[in-house]
Design a protein around this ligand. Structure first.
Ligand code: T4K
Length: 419
């Protein structure tokens, strides 16, 4: 006997957030073969070519490619001259890599609240956190939407502080028509596998400051400068040629991917139109957005369910959403036990936003059909007040927990008429 439709997931295979976009495999193989033929596997011509292309895209004079963005953030702080042991003002609503990068090199992240509209650091709150201990401000362009760069630049200049940006999500977006990457003292991109431009693992520091670039290049390579002298302390943040090959192939796709993801966003907006309490987060009006993340907000009061409940319903149907960024970093170990890192407590906007957000699948592996399925599940979940989202997370427990998962209801999520 067939199981009731309520026990079937809408998707038979997991639908992930962060499924890598894979570029032209033939080109990738050619580049990797050429590197093998050259027997030059790290920091060779492919890395230099990637650096040139990234600098061109960011509109900067310099690009220093690294093995990931976390270490590039550390190099950025060091190369920009942030005082050892200083405090750095960062938004609480970010991936934990942002404060971890600082904490790991003995800087103290001080958590700032965000503007709920942009999901980015609130310059007015940042100003209140500035003290003689402050060594820098580090903004994050969350989900590729630019920070209030003008206000932050003015604030940093007024206090004589270095201004850095974690642009892990930002490549391809613009602020006032200028590419993200070219602001502050330095910005950092991520090319992690889950980013829409990826180099398997990888990152890059971009800057217009030749001194920062020179120092960063040395720091990336144990402090060794171009003349082979050891000029500073350093780390090993070098990028491999295989990663650079992937990055170059991936970069060729950037316009296509932005267009694809923008279309996906429109599909989500149409599919979720009229679902009470569920909205798709918007990008900066009038700017080019890279659309690499598709984030919805769930207003529990209006939707009748919490983002966690929706997460659980989606999971039962094999849609593996991500709660980027819940909870805020100030509520995560080790920071939650150090109230000195954010004052005054609490950070209401970061906390409210973190309660609402849910990142959904987008990218090359996702198209209109998948989005239709995801939206049907969400619509069903809201219509049924999150019933079936309960403990256990499997279809069976969902059906038991209030019987929201009755056949008719799940059929509506499937668009399926047969039981
Ligand atoms: N600053 C910000 C604001 C960031 O968001 C990040 C990274 C950084 C700094 C640091 O950049 P990197 O040092 O990483 O260059 C992911 C990523 O690991 C992380 O890079 C990213 N932000 C963060 C937002 O998301 P997880 O723990 O959700 O990733 P993971 O590996 O569990 O992958 C998520 C899903 O993607 C998987 O469930 C399946 C899918 N996936 C993943 C990989 C790696 C694939 O389908 N294929 C894959 O190869 O953190």
């Amino acid at each position: 006997m067939l199981p009731s439709v309520s026990r079937l997931p809408v998707f038979h295979e997991p639908l992930h957030v962060g499924r890598p976009n894979i570029g032209d495999r033939e080109k990738l193989r050619e580049k990797i073969d050429a590197a093998l033929d050259r027997r030059w596997l790290s920091m060779g011509p492919l890395v230099r070519e990637l650096e040139e292309k990234v600098a061109e895209l960011a509109g900067t004079a310099h690009c220093v490619a690294t093995c990931n963005a976390t270490i590039a953030l550390q190099i950025a702080a060091r190369a920009a001259g942030v005082r050892p042991g200083a405090e750095v003002i960062v938004p609480a609503f970010t991936w934990v890599a942002t404060p971890h990068a600082l904490d790991w090199i003995g800087l103290t992240p001080v958590f700032c609240d965000v503007d709920e509209e942009t999901a980015n650091i609130d310059p007015r709150h940042a100003e209140k956190l500035i003290s003689p201990r402050t060594g820098a401000i580090l903004g994050v362009h969350a989900f590729g939407r630019p920070c209030a760069i003008e206000e932050l630049t003015e604030l940093a200049d007024r206090h004589g502080l270095p201004l850095l940006f974690d642009a892990a999500h930002g490549i391809g977006s613009t602020y006032r028509g200028r590419p993200i990457g070219s602001f502050g003292d330095a910005e950092v991109f991520s090319f992690h596998a889950t980013k829409f431009i990826n180099s398997f693992e990888g990152g890059a520091l971009v800057t217009n400051d030749p001194e920062i670039a020179r120092r960063a290049r040395a720091m990336r390579n144990f402090g060794i400068d171009e003349g082979r002298d050891i000029v500073s302390s350093g780390t090993n943040a070098k990028m491999g040629e295989g990663s650079a090959a992937m990055g170059l192939v991936s970069l060729e796709l950037i316009d296509t991917l932005i267009e694809h993801n923008a279309h996906n966003q429109r599909c989500y907006e149409q599919g979720l139109a009229g679902v009470p309490g569920v909205s798709v987060r918007q990008q900066e009006p009038g700017e080019r957005a890279n659309h690499q993340y598709l984030v919805i907000e769930v207003d529990q009061e209006r939707a009748g369910l919490h983002a966690d409940d929706l997460f659980a319903v989606l999971e039962r149907h094999n849609v593996l959403a991500r709660r980027y960024f819940h909870p805020g970093c100030h509520e995560l170990a080790p920071y939650r036990d150090r109230p000195d890192l954010h004052a005054p407590l609490p950070l209401p906007h970061s906390e409210a936003l973190a309660e609402r957000v849910l990142a959904l699948p987008t990218g090359e592996a996702v198209g209109a059909d998948e989005i239709d399925g995801v939206c049907r599940i969400i619509r069903w979940a809201v219509e049924n007040g999150g019933r079936g989202a309960g403990a256990g997370g499997d279809a069976g427990s969902g059906a038991r927990a209030g019987n929201g998962g009755d056949g008719a209801a799940v059929r509506s999520a499937h668009g399926d008429t047969a039981d």
